[in-house]
Design a protein around this ligand. Structure first.
Ligand SMILES: *Cc1c(COP(=O)(O)O)cnc(C)c1O
Length: 350
């Protein structure tokens, strides 16, 4: 691995007001692929890429990414399930005809980058270093076909809470026209175009004063899928229900962690189809107790209200529910080392 350190370190941002994804660190990791193989990992000063206007990614969008976090406490640095992110990136790569990464050497390079950027990891509660691995096709060619050259890179940035209003409940809007993904499509992988296609739903939700769009299945527009950057969970009576991974939903690592924690701690869980009709019925007969979203950026995000076709529905009393709070405390506790990790999820790199 080549490491070239910068001579011009940036001034650190105010760690008490980080927001999300605003301040990039001093270095990045770059690994280029050509001629059927990956080159040497390079940690270099953070800088813009020079990109030819005919580069494939700018036209046909052969690009994928990941998102994970590093935490720092008393000089120790930890990551949460990093191998699962690289394995998922390889699943994404396969779907878009991109080369697979060598998981072990990429993880090693990722750890080294985080150690180099140690000073960029904030330590206050709720803060972390967000890590963004990305891969795109770098061939300069306008033909529509899978490329032969790729660039894999990782950038990192210190982040605060994902939502400006922290853990206060969000409002979601159930989108009944646009769809995010369909079976056989790319909804189950983290590819760039999925997010471009979902922006319109988000804008529509924002215009109507909701925080997020909740997507339905493309075929029947009847079954609940996910929020588009988060998976979704419902507490109905004493059962925690989440849509099954049918091929159009992103298999979230936070989703998986939440299910494993709930099962181990004695909660009843179900992964199955859940329709909007069932949700509305459950809200009406008061068996719907809680809704929450799961994802790396926000970890656990309570939902206090949802809307479907001009009607508004309150979830419970509109505040964060018990299961949501339990899961938030447990999961962030494991991630930050406050609670013992019985799952081997936390990887200490320093
Ligand atoms: C990343 C992502 C999630 C959450 O996945 P995590 O691994 O928990 O961060 C959920 N849905 C979509 C569409 C995503 O891109």
């Amino acid at each position: 691995m080549k490491i070239e350190l910068t001579k011009n370190k940036k001034k650190k941002p105010d760690y008490s007001d980080l927001g999300f994804g605003k301040y990039m660190s001093d270095h990045m990791l770059v690994i280029d692929y050509d001629d059927g193989k990956w080159g040497e990992p390079q940690i270099v000063p953070y800088a813009p890429f020079e990109i030819d206007p005919a580069t494939q990614i700018l036209h046909y969008g052969q690009g994928i990414f990941e998102g994970l976090k590093a935490y720092k406490k008393d000089g120790k640095i930890t990551l949460f399930r990093p191998r699962d992110n690289i394995l998922r990136m390889n699943t994404s790569a396969e779907r878009l005809c991109m080369p697979k990464l060598d998981t072990d050497s990429v993880l090693e390079a990722l750890y080294e980058l985080v150690r180099v950027e140690e000073d960029w990891i904030p330590e206050a509660d709720g803060t972390s270093l967000y890590i963004r691995p990305t891969m795109y096709c770098s061939n300069v060619f306008l033909g529509v076909k899978a490329g032969t050259k790729y660039r894999f890179f990782i950038i990192v940035c210190p982040v605060g809470a994902y939502y400006a209003n922290g853990l206060s409940p969000t409002k979601i809007f159930i989108e009944d026209f646009y769809v995010r993904s369909s079976i056989g499509g790319t909804g189950a992988i983290k590819c760039m175009g999925n997010y471009a296609a979902s922006l319109i739903g988000q804008e529509k939700a924002h215009k109507l004063n909701y925080d997020q769009a909740l997507w339905l299945d493309a075929k029947d527009k009847k079954y609940i899928e996910e929020v588009g950057s988060m998976n979704i969970f419902f507490v109905i009576n004493d059962t925690v229900v989440t849509p099954a991974l049918t091929g159009s939903i992103l298999p979230g690592i936070t989703r998986d962690s939440a299910l494993k924690i709930l099962k181990k701690d004695g909660y009843k869980t179900e992964e199955r189809k859940i329709s909007v009709d069932e949700l509305i019925e459950a809200q009406k007969d008061k068996s719907l107790k809680e809704i929450f979203g799961t994802g790396t950026a926000a970890v656990i995000s309570p939902v206090g209200e949802f809307a479907f076709k001009d009607k508004n529905y309150k979830v419970g009393d509109g505040n964060m529910g018990k299961v949501t709070e339990y899961l938030y405390d447990k999961l962030t506790g494991i991630q930050t080392g406050r609670i013992k990790d019985e799952y081997n999820w936390v990887v200490r790199i320093k």
